[in-house]
Design a protein around this ligand. Structure first.
Ligand SMILES: CC(C)(COP(=O)(O)OP(=O)(O)OC[C@H]1O[C@@H](n2cnc3c(N)ncnc32)[C@H](O)[C@@H]1OP(=O)(O)O)[C@@H](O)C(=O)NCCC(=O)NCCS
Length: 217
């Protein structure tokens, strides 16, 4: 069993803990120790019966050869920050794929990724480090999902689409095949994207139109 701590102690962290429990029901894989969160008032509280063990400093004080972490924070920039702290502490990033997600042949999933229940990722898709693919998303053949990307529930990403690092694809958004979503761009909930989206641009609506620029974080 790999010891695992989840970075973050909010709703997504509980969803991830639930996915870990579902993995363990099929095949005991992780001993989930609890959560870390930089909001100090959370430390000592419980989430699904497991404790918030400390702030992220806990890692430096408690790292051991068999300890793994994964971030459960909706903001991709914060997942990137925590991935760097994890790497500095030589603690490996776990990849959590819910047993009811389908990953097709030739697809590659990097470390620190969480793929939630009901996702279907078809063939020859690449998913970059610490990307979040929330429940019931579909990702078509040859799509490329960058690092620290956040894909929210029910999003539809068509074949050969490219999603740039740190981009966010909102709930139920749909992206036409071969479209490129730029680095740090935001696709609003329910948007239908038929054209490339420039870096750090928020698009919304059907057909999706640029609404404003997004701050780099
Ligand atoms: C796009 C989003 C990130 C908002 O970003 P924001 O920077 O706070 O933007 P604002 O709320 O200031 O909205 C900017 C404009 O876009 C519009 N807009 C925002 N979301 C929209 C949407 N989903 N569809 C259409 N228009 C939208 C707003 O009405 C506003 O228009 P206005 O200036 O004419 O009033 C947010 O609306 C969204 O869709 N987030 C994804 C949420 C999600 O999927 N959550 C699930 C988590 S598991």
């Amino acid at each position: 069993m790999k010891k695992l701590v989840i970075l973050g102690a909010g709703g997504l962290a509980r969803e991830l803990a639930n996915a870990v429990a579902d993995i363990n029901k099929r095949s005991p894989t992780f001993e989930l120790l609890g959560y870390l969160d930089d909001e100090k008032e959370m430390v000592g509280q419980k989430r699904l019966q497991l404790p918030v063990l400390g702030t992220v400093d806990w890692l430096a004080e408690n790292k051991s050869a068999d300890l793994w972490t994964i971030s459960a924070i909706g903001n991709g920039y914060l997942r990137g920050k925590f991935a760097r702290i994890t790497e500095q502490n030589n603690v490996p990033l776990a990849t959590i794929i819910h047993p009811r997600a389908i990953i097709g042949s030739g697809s590659s999933i990097e470390t620190g990724v969480f793929i939630a229940a009901g996702c279907v990722i078809t063939v020859d898709v690449s998913v970059g480090q610490c990307a979040l693919v929330n429940m019931n998303c579909t990702i078509g053949h040859d799509a490329s999902i960058g690092k620290y990307v956040s894909i929210y529930p029910g999003a539809r990403i068509s074949g050969e689409a490219i999603i740039g690092d740190y981009a966010l694809v909102g709930t139920q958004a749909a992206i036409l095949n071969k479209c490129t979503i730029g680095r740090g761009a935001v696709v609003a909930m329910g948007a239908v994207v038929a054209h490339d989206v420039p870096d750090y641009t928020l698009v919304a609506g059907n057909p999706a139109r640029a609404v404003k620029k997004v701050e780099k974080q």
